[in-house]
Structure formats: structure tokens, C-alpha cells
Ligand binder design. Structure first.
Ligand code: PBG
Length: 342
């Protein structure tokens, strides 16, 4: 306790008289013990979700150049990584597949193959690490020859035809044993359609983590490198949200809640803290934030140059998301943070 000063000792004669104030906020910042006592938000490993990229094969781990320190794993090495994460106290993972290009088509047919990569990985993980909560991505882009989240016709993204495929994908994932499906596609009406289909066959306990307010963002670049899933033409602005809009985010969240979402999400996180904050005030559902690939890459790049203190920046960044109102945080830093919090 080096920084404890007896409260009865005046720091100087001057401080006693010159400024007549009734409130001195600095009084509560005087020592680390005191700062801890009045701290409003605390980072904990309990609510972190660790996103992981998986690919076909064995014994392989591939670096993702735009995400330094991040890899795509084959199932055997993924298992090892998930065990390590679990040992660090991480309780949930979000899975994303790298699909070989010869398995991709416009309708994303491979997305609902019961023996496809994701169902096989989910079954293996549920066997090996039954306590790890598994969240699977529902969207066509990793499976789409066009690199879009929906079926393309004449340069447009079809909505209802895509939802029908998403429903099949969600059912296959539920059958494989996933805990939560996470539709990240932004088609209209997909939460309701998926909930109805899951319930109809008895998967009442499979939850829906809805990417509700998902923006058309340049921050997704490194993720698309990781999965080789960048759009082959155009952009995603006819389905993902305009970065300039806030009220529309509330509309999207209200719709997803009405359709049966269990958890709503804002994505990206850092440039959208105001959205997290507003949504938190309007719903009693848990609110998740996705600290996306571009946010990860920016910190890693600046840290590699020695321009920032990486560990402190990571903790400050994630704390800002918590402070804004995020209950859960998906973050590529999950393991690093878990180690720091130990
Ligand atoms: C696609 C999807 C994306 C991310 C998660 N799911 C990218 C996109 O919409 O193009 C991005 C995650 C990240 O950048 O970390 N369904």
C-alpha cells in the first residue's frame, strides 16, 4: 500500500483554502483500492465469445495475414485450441468455416449438407468438450460462389428464397448439436422463419443470437480474407445497414425480438458504441457486441509498429464496449484477455 495518504494530512497549506469546492471528484481516485471500490464496469472472461475459423484437413494451421496471430484450424488442431480456451475460462465459441471453392455455388447448397464441415465439427466438439457453448453462423457467404449472404439473381440478392436456405442451414446445425444459431445475413424475416422451423421439429432449446444491427462496414475486410468470402461483385449495402443510421438499428432490433431472438447483437462494435448504448436502453434482452476483424487488425498493426501499448489498448477497447452496454462481447482477443485477467 504505497499510495495511501492519511486523509487527515493536508497536502499543502494552499489546497485547504484557495478553491472553495464542495465536490472534489479526485478524492475517489486517490488510491487503486478506492478506484476499484467505485469502478462501474469490470472485464470478465465469463461473457467473452471466442470466434474461430475452421477448415478441412488434418494437422494444419494457416496464418491469416491481415489478422496477425490468428489462424484457420483443421478440426484436430481446433479441438486443441478450444480445450486451451476452455482451460482459460472461456465458455463460448463462434464457428466460421472456410469452404473449398469447388463446393461453393450461388444457392449455398453446401450450407445445409448434414455431413458438411460445420456439422462435423459441431458433433466432434460436442463429444470432446461438451461444456463449451457452441454458436454457429447462419449465412450463405462462406458457401456462396458470389461471396454474398444471399442467392443472387440478375445482380440482386433474393430475400425470401435465401431465408428458405437459411432455415435448412439452421436445422442441420441444430441436428448436429449446436447451442445457438447466429444468423449474420440481414435478410428480412429470417429470425421468425428459423424460430418457427426449429420449434416445429422440437429444437425448442436451440437459441438464436441475432445479428440484428449489422452495418455494411469496411471493418469486415480481414474476416473476408480469412474465409475467402469477399463479394465477387458490388457490396452488401442492399441488406446490411447504412453506417449513418441509428433509429433503423432500433427498428431492426425490435423486429428480431418480435420474431423470437434470444440475444440481439450490434456489429461492428467500436465505431458503433452509440448504437450499443441506445439498444441497451430499449431492451431487456442480453445485448452482444462484435469486436470485428478490422478492429483487431488495427490494434495488431499499430502494436507491431510499437506505436501503442497493445495490452492496455485491448483492455481499454473492450471495457468501452462493456461501458456502452454490451452484455456479451465476441472478440478475437478473447484468449489474450483471458490470459491477462488471470
Ligand atoms: C458474414 C459475416 C461477416 C462477419 C461475420 N459474419 C462478414 C460480412 O458480413 O461480410 C464479419 C466478422 C468480422 O469482420 O470479424 N455473414
Amino acid at each position: 500500500m504505497t499510495d495511501v495518504v492519511s486523509p487527515s494530512t493536508p497536502q499543502s497549506e494552499i489546497s485547504q483554502s484557495v478553491i472553495p469546492v464542495t465536490q472534489r471528484p479526485r478524492r475517489l481516485r486517490r488510491t487503486e483500492t478506492l478506484r476499484r471500490l467505485v469502478r462501474e464496469n469490470t472485464l470478465r472472461v465469463d461473457y467473452l465469445i471466442y470466434p474461430l475459423f475452421v477448415m478441412e484437413g488434418e494437422g494444419q494451421r494457416e496464418a491469416i495475414p491481415s489478422m496477425p496471430g490468428y489462424y484457420r484450424y483443421t478440426l484436430d488442431l481446433l479441438l486443441q485450441e478450444v480445450r486451451e480456451a476452455g482451460a482459460l475460462g472461456i465458455g463460448a465459441i463462434a464457428l466460421f468455416p472456410l469452404i473449398p471453392s469447388d463446393q461453393k455455388d450461388n444457392a449455398g447448397t453446401e450450407s445445409y449438407n448434414p455431413d458438411g464441415l460445420i456439422p462435423r465439427v459441431v458433433r466432434a466438439l460436442k463429444q470432446a468438450v461438451p461444456d463449451m457453448l457452441i454458436i454457429t453462423d447462419v449465412a450463405l457467404d462462406p458457401y456462396s460462389s458470389e461471396g454474398h449472404d444471399g442467392i443472387v439473381q440478375d445482380g440482386k440478392i433474393l430475400n425470401d428464397e435465401t431465408v428458405a436456405v437459411l432455415v435448412k442451414q439452421a436445422l442441420v446445425q441444430a441436428e448436429a448439436g449446436t447451442d445457438f444459431v447466429a444468423p449474420s445475413d440481414m435478410m428480412d424475416g429470417r429470425i421468425g422463419a428459423i424460430r418457427k422451423a426449429l420449434d416445429a421439429v422440437g429444437w425448442i432449446n436451440v437459441g438464436i443470437l441475432a445479428y440484428s444491427a449489422k452495418y455494411a462496414s469496411a471493418y469486415y475486410g480481414p474476416f473476408r480474407d480469412a474465409l475467402d468470402s469477399a463479394p465477387k461483385f458490388g457490396d452488401k449495402k442492399t441488406y446490411q445497414m447504412d453506417a449513418a443510421n441509428a433509429r433503423e438499428a432500433i427498428k431492426e432490433v425490435e423486429l428480431d425480438i418480435a420474431e423470437g431472438a434470444d440475444i440481439v447483437m450490434v456489429k461492428p462494435a467500436l465505431a458503433y458504441l452509440d448504437i450499443i448504448c441506445q439498444i441497451k436502453q430499449r431492451t431487456n434482452l442480453p445485448v452482444a457486441a462484435y469486436n470485428v476483424s478490422g478492429e483487431y487488425a488495427m490494434i495488431k498493426a499499430a502494436a507491431a509498429q510499437g506505436w501503442i501499448d497493445e495490452k492496455k489498448i485491448i483492455l481499454e477497447t473492450l471495457t468501452s464496449m462493456k461501458r456502452a452496454g454490451a452484455d456479451l462481447i465476441l472478440t478475437y482477443f478473447a484468449k489474450e484477455v483471458a490470459l491477462m485477467l488471470r
